[in-house]
Design a protein around this ligand. Sequence first.
Ligand SMILES: [Zn+2]
Length: 165
Amino acid sequence: MNHGISDQEWNDYIDGIATADVSARIQSHCAVCTECWEFYDQMSCSTLLLQDAAGDARRGFTLDSSHLDHLLTNVLAAIRSGEGGSFDPVHVKGRLDMLETVFAPFCGSQAAARALQSAAAQSRARTIEQITEDNWEPFMERLTAIAAAMVGDTFANLVWERGRL
Ligand SMILES: [Zn+2]
């Protein structure tokens, strides 16, 4: 699906930062194209769910730096033990599981799974199952942006660091 609307334009529109020009073009196209309307509906829905989850996470999340340090220490310890100290080749699936465990203590495992799905949906992979080494980079970019929106830049940097293949 393209219909004259680029991925970047879709992302901007869904994030609410598209120019008036692009917004008008997408809106008038969606009025006549069921496929794009459904795509938009699905995307904005997952974005809303995520904002909800992020809101919940923020409410339950003390922005106290010692508390944050403590959480990060635990997360890093969990990652280290999960990796078992081996130097096995890194597989995409393993990385995904690891990213989910990085997210979970901050926002709950449901929101963590949703964040990964949403990042996949908004990147070239489209679904978690279709993530490969080739489309890993754009997936990680979306996931990092989502992490930043959910719990802030420190956490997003951590996700970005850990997600490097
Ligand atoms: Zn269309």
